[in-house]
Design a protein around this ligand. Structure first.
Ligand SMILES: [Ca+2]
Length: 374
């Protein structure tokens, strides 16, 4: 019996096994610094299995996004997680990506290729051959209860939903960082849309009209950030004296400097979506609203989420949409919009991600075995 017990001189805290089952994630990302921070939580959380990471155009190219993720996987020692490159452009092509270098750096992660782990030429060659869309379809066929998280433009996810009509039935949950519900935008362009949705409004519309999603809208991040700034130190994870903490500090330096000049706070965004996907209790408040996406090509509202606040588009008695005059108007599905989240818990997850030694439950005891989480 003693042989079944793993002894450690230093581990003194024993925590009874949680009833939490493993959360299986596929994360679709455009690989800029926000995404990397959120991915760091997912890749280091004990009860999470990241099945695959798929990349999409957005803040940088899908190829650069993949290279950034490869570098992060080296930083966390999870190089075996497969990466699949997906759509290089939106459904209606918008052409070459112009990287917002003042904010993102040329590579989307601060433009610090010599910061550890250094960027390598091989980072651009490590992705799998399969297209991201096919990977999403295949992984969800082979594994049940997958939670799909979208951290970039929704092109890959929309294409997967179009290619495989049964996909929506197989996925356990979709969590999206993107869109807005109060019309607050966040792009440089002449637009009231949120960046991810503006980068591919048609894809966003396909997703929102195909499946129920939990959306972390930009409005919530924007409005709650200053409030929550009083509750947490957003930079706590950057001062943990670990290699991963230094890495996050380096790749976010440019963005933090930019935000200081712009008098904006450095707040959580993708971290919220990842955290909610991992632990639903982090979602504190939400609203259920019928939503669609503006697709008018010349409108300043292109890509903005349109909301049926009064529920007038849907007839609950006939159980059909009243304004079904054309394809777009007919598709107002009810979506969950996150309006409040547990910022302290998210901050804790991020700090623990970069500094696992402070994680409270280093040792988990299950019914039949004892094991140590590295
Ligand atoms: Ca992103």
């Amino acid at each position: 019996m003693i042989s079944h017990i793993i002894q450690s001189c230093f581990l003194i805290s024993f925590v009874l096994s949680t009833s939490q089952s493993t959360v299986k994630l596929i994360i679709d990302t455009d690989g800029v610094y926000d995404d990397i921070r959120g991915l760091t939580i997912a890749l280091t959380y004990p009860n999470v299995e990241v099945l695959a990471i798929t990349t999409v155009h957005g803040g940088v190219t899908a190829n650069q996004s993949a290279a950034n993720v490869v570098r992060l996987l080296r930083a966390v020692g999870k190089e075996s997680i497969p990466i699949f490159i997906g759509a290089q452009d939106s459904m209606i092509p918008k052409g070459k990506i112009e990287v917002w270098e003042e904010l993102f750096g040329y590579d989307g992660i601060g433009g610090v290729p010599d910061a550890n782990p250094k960027a390598l030429p091989s980072d651009f060659k490590s992705a799998q051959k399969m297209h991201a869309v096919d990977a999403i379809i295949q992984f969800t066929r082979n594994t049940s209860d997958v939670v799909l998280v979208g951290l970039g433009p929704l092109t890959n996810i929309a294409m997967a939903l179009q290619k495989d009509a049964d996909l929506a039935n197989r996925i356990r949950k979709v969590v999206i960082m993107g869109g807005n519900y109060l019309g607050i935008g966040n792009t440089q362009y002449n637009s009231t849309a949120e960046f991810n949705f503006l980068m591919d409004p048609e894809a966003a519309q396909i997703v929102l009209s195909s499946i129920h999603t939990t959306i972390v809208p930009w409005d919530t991040c924007f409005l709650k950030g200053p409030v929550y700034n009083e509750e947490v130190d957003y930079e706590e994870s950057l001062h943990q004296n670990t290699n991963l903490s230094y890495f996050l500090s380096n790749i976010t330096l440019k963005a933090r400097e930019f935000n200081t000049i712009a008098q904006q706070i450095y707040a959580f965004v993708d971290d919220i979506a990842i955290s909610i996907a991992i632990d639903p209790e982090i979602l504190k408040k939400s609203v259920e609203l019928y939503a669609s996406v503006e697709l008018e090509r010349e409108a300043k509202t292109r890509g903005q989420v349109t909301i049926d606040w009064l529920g007038t588009k849907y007839d609950p008695i006939d159980q059909q949409f009243k304004a079904a005059t054309n394809k777009n108007e007919a598709n107002w599905l009810k979506q969950t919009f996150v309006t409040e989240y547990d910022v302290k818990k998210i901050n804790q997850l991020l700090v623990e991600a970069v500094n696992p030694s402070i994680r409270k439950s280093n040792l988990l005891i299950s019914k039949n075995s004892l094991f140590i989480l590295a």
